[in-house]
Design a protein around this ligand. Sequence first.
Ligand SMILES: Cc1cc2nc3c(=O)[nH]c(=O)nc-3n(C[C@H](O)[C@H](O)[C@H](O)COP(=O)(O)OP(=O)(O)OC[C@H]3O[C@@H](n4cnc5c(N)ncnc54)[C@H](O)[C@@H]3O)c2cc1C
Length: 506
Amino acid sequence: MSQDTKIKKLVVVGGGSAGWMTALYLNTLYNHADKNFDITVIESPDIGVIGVGEATVHSIRFFFQAMGLDEHELLRETNASLKTGIMFQGWMQPNSDGSLHKYFHPFESQLSGSVLDISSLWMMSDKPHHGRYDESVCLSTPLAKAGHSPKSNTSRQYEGLVPYGYHIDAVLLGRFLRRKAIEAGVTHVQATVDKVDIEGDNITALHAGGNIYSGDYYLDCTGFRGLLINKLKQDNWQSFKGALPCTKAVAIQRKMPVGVSPRSYTVATALSNGWAWQIDLVNRQGTGYVYDGDRISSDEAEQELRTFLGFDSDVIKCVHLDMKVGCLKEFWVGNCIAIGLSGGFIEPLESTGLHLINLSAGLLATHLDKTHISQCVRDSFNRLMNGFYQDLKQFIVLHYCLTNRTDTDFWRSAPATVNETPWLKDQLKVWQHKVCEYQDLAGSFSTVFSDENYRYILYGMQHYPKLDLTVNPAITNGVFDRVQAHAEKILNASKPHADYLKQINL
Ligand SMILES: Cc1cc2nc3c(=O)[nH]c(=O)nc-3n(C[C@H](O)[C@H](O)[C@H](O)COP(=O)(O)OP(=O)(O)OC[C@H]3O[C@@H](n4cnc5c(N)ncnc54)[C@H](O)[C@@H]3O)c2cc1C
């Protein structure tokens, strides 16, 4: 490692979303008039990117903004559409009238009640007997139902009427970020790393394409391979398979069905042994089936997905993927930091792959320094990263464990996954008697998802507290009337999602 140079060398191996997002972010932050880091991205021309990862959470837009990206250019270059949340379908048995059970998880916080929180008010009103929780407490559901965009004519870049993320072509995103990073001064090397030199806990050099590359820090962004980090530390993996048994996926890209315009939300439909995603881009639809490979074969999964999509689907391509679900115990070992799939992966039910890269890059930015890094800094990074993954594991388990489906062994086993997340198991008992609130989660991990998100899932899955109380009806009705009035205002201010996308792509 160089001790005397002022500018430190940062070598990123991997040119997927993890590599380019992290390189561009650190370059934007730390290379201005004073250059702090000399950043090189080494990307194999022979090993492809995973090429999935097309839905995001809403906070990713602030990360894109922090990278200095023009939002309109980003949308145009990646065939992106806007996303206000996820519509879950069939995660419970059909409703009493035989219709498909549905609920929406928007990015938006619940609107507040004036005297008591809106969740308690909703529970004490007659609303649970008449409608869905999300329909009563936020503005994103009416917008999604009307097919409207979360942005108005006058919304500024990265601002909306309600919080929103994106549906984005993963391969085009990588190319776009690569171009932006190179324009901003990041060095790009196209070569495959075939040898890693190590001394103690540190990498001293990488061999790629007949050349040797050395740096002060090495970022392992090589995807599920974890090429660098796995050479530095053995027995460094914690599997989440017990909690999250879906470790395989089949992804199908198809042309947009005729007459269908892109929806401003992701659809997640429960199938026999997992669930299917549908993500609408401007020019095509990304779909896939995330399933438990111990229960059905890849052929059966592909067949089930094709049947679900309809036989008239105009398929562009179909790929099968193995998913390594879990995370490292130590993401930062010596001078090497794993970011992206090399560090861990939680199945994509809440579209959190890019979000975890965003969180990792953000944490790295606050832990990195040009002087010697103490072990306590690495320990802090590792503890916080572990918190993110454990927290997320628990939140995904919540989606499964509340099901009352009994049609397959997979669904009959789903409630038992909560045994892998003891805190959640205990807390679900408490939430049978009171609403979920901020304080319930504040003391736990470094939360990725808050009480706001938990409530949408809990009440979407009908895990209502039994509250033997009545509240003054004048208070209750006033709140829900105000939400209705606000929703009408916002519908008038917005336009169809399809029109917004047309305008962007003119
Ligand atoms: C089925 C599925 C669905 C998903 N859906 C979502 C979603 O909806 N939303 C979301 O946010 N995330 C999602 N993800 C996660 C998302 O795809 C990843 O988090 C994201 O693409 C980052 O991948 P990566 O850059 O870590 O790895 P990769 O894309 O695999 O990139 C690895 C890079 O390393 C390079 N490389 C490998 N070995 C070498 C070597 N020896 N020398 C040089 N270079 C090398 C490769 O060339 C490549 O450039 C999903 C993942 C899966 C599996």
